[in-house]
Design a protein around this ligand. Structure first.
Ligand SMILES: NC(=O)c1ccc[n+]([C@@H]2O[C@H](COP(=O)([O-])OP(=O)(O)OC[C@H]3O[C@@H](n4cnc5c(N)ncnc54)[C@H](OP(=O)(O)O)[C@@H]3O)[C@@H](O)[C@H]2O)c1
Length: 216
C-alpha cells in the first residue's frame, strides 16, 4: 500500500557520547569521506529538512557539493519566521528551491522572504503541525525527505513516530557538556518499553567512523 506521507530518513554525525554539537554549537564532526557519503545520499532525496537553530548556528547551504547531482528542495522549520536575510539559505534561494515553514506566530506579511524566491508554508498555530506538513509535501510529490537535525527537530519527528530510517555516523570524538545538543534532544520517553526502537539494517566502517543504518 502506498504511504500517505513521505519516507523520512534521519541523518546525523554524532560523537561517541551521542552529541551532535559542542556546548558552543560547533558541529563539524564528519570526515571528508563521510561528507561525500552524505552528499551522495542528499542527491537521491526530494527534500532536506532542518530546524531553525541549525540555520542560525551553522549557516549551512544544504546543497549537493562534494559529488555531482541535483539539489533537493530545502525545508526550514521556523515557526516565527526569524531566518536572517543574510543567511546562505536566503541568499541562494533564487538558485535552490527553498521552503520556510511557519505558524500563526509568524508575521502575516513575509514578502521580504518571498521576494528572494522562498515559498512560505503556514502550518499550525503555535507549533508546526508535522503531520499536516508532511501531507502537504506528499501532495507535491515529495516522497523522500532527509531530516538533518538538529536534536530538537529530530525529537519532534520521533515523538510523532515520523522517522522511518536512521543513518548515523559515529565519529571518533567525545564532546560531553550538559548543554551540548544530543542526537535526539527532548523530553524523556519514559520507560524503555515506551521508547522508540529500530532494527539494525547495515553497519559500515569507514576508517575511524562507523555508519549505522536502522529502519523502523
Ligand atoms: N552533527 C550533526 O549531524 C548536526 C546536524 C544538524 C545540526 N547540528 C547542530 O545542532 C545544533 C542545533 O540543534 P537544535 O536542537 O538546537 O535546534 P534545531 O533542531 O536545529 O532547531 C530547533 C528549532 O526549530 C523549530 N522547530 C523544529 N521542529 C519544530 C516543530 N515541530 N514545531 C515547531 N518548531 C519546530 C523550533 O524553533 P521555533 O519554535 O522558533 O520555530 C525549534 O526550537 C547546532 O549546534 C547544529 O550545529 C548538528
Amino acid at each position: 500500500m502506498a504511504k500517505s506521507r513521505p519516507h523520512i530518513i534521519l541523518s546525523a554525525a554524532m560523537s561517541i557520547d551521542g552529541k551532535i554539537a559542542t556546548h558552543s554549537g560547533e558541529s563539524t564532526l564528519s570526515s571528508k569521506m563521510d561528507l561525500a557519503r552524505l552528499h551522495l545520499l542528499r542527491r537521491n532525496m526530494d527534500a532536506i529538512l532542518v530546524g531553525k537553530n541549525t540555520v542560525h548556528i551553522d549557516d549551512p547551504l544544504l546543497t549537493v557539493r562534494y559529488v555531482k547531482g541535483r539539489n533537493p528542495i530545502r525545508i526550514i522549520l521556523d515557526s516565527r519566521g526569524t531566518i536572517s536575510m543574510n543567511s546562505k539559505i536566503v541568499k541562494t534561494a533564487d538558485k535552490v528551491p527553498t521552503i520556510i515553514v511557519v505558524t500563526d506566530r509568524a508575521p502575516r506579511n513575509m514578502k521580504k522572504l518571498e521576494k528572494k524566491g522562498i515559498e512560505i508554508i503556514r502550518c499550525g498555530r503555535n507549533n508546526i503541525d508535522l503531520k499536516r506538513l508532511l501531507s502537504i509535501l506528499q501532495k507535491r510529490k515529495i516522497k523522500k525527505i532527509l531530516l538533518e537535525g538538529g536534536g530538537i527537530t529530530n525529537w519532534h519527528f520521533l515523538k510523532k513516530k515520523l522517522v522511518d530510517e536512521l543513518i548515523i555516523t559515529v565519529t571518533p570524538y567525545i564532546l560531553s557538556g550538559k548543554d551540548a545538543i544530543s542526537l535526539i534532544h527532548g523530553d524523556s520517553f519514559g520507560k524503555i518499553s515506551n521508547c522508540p526502537s529500530f532494527k539494525l539494517k547495515k553497519i559500515k566502517r569507514m576508517k575511524n567512523e562507523i555508519i549505522l543504518n536502522y529502519t523502523s
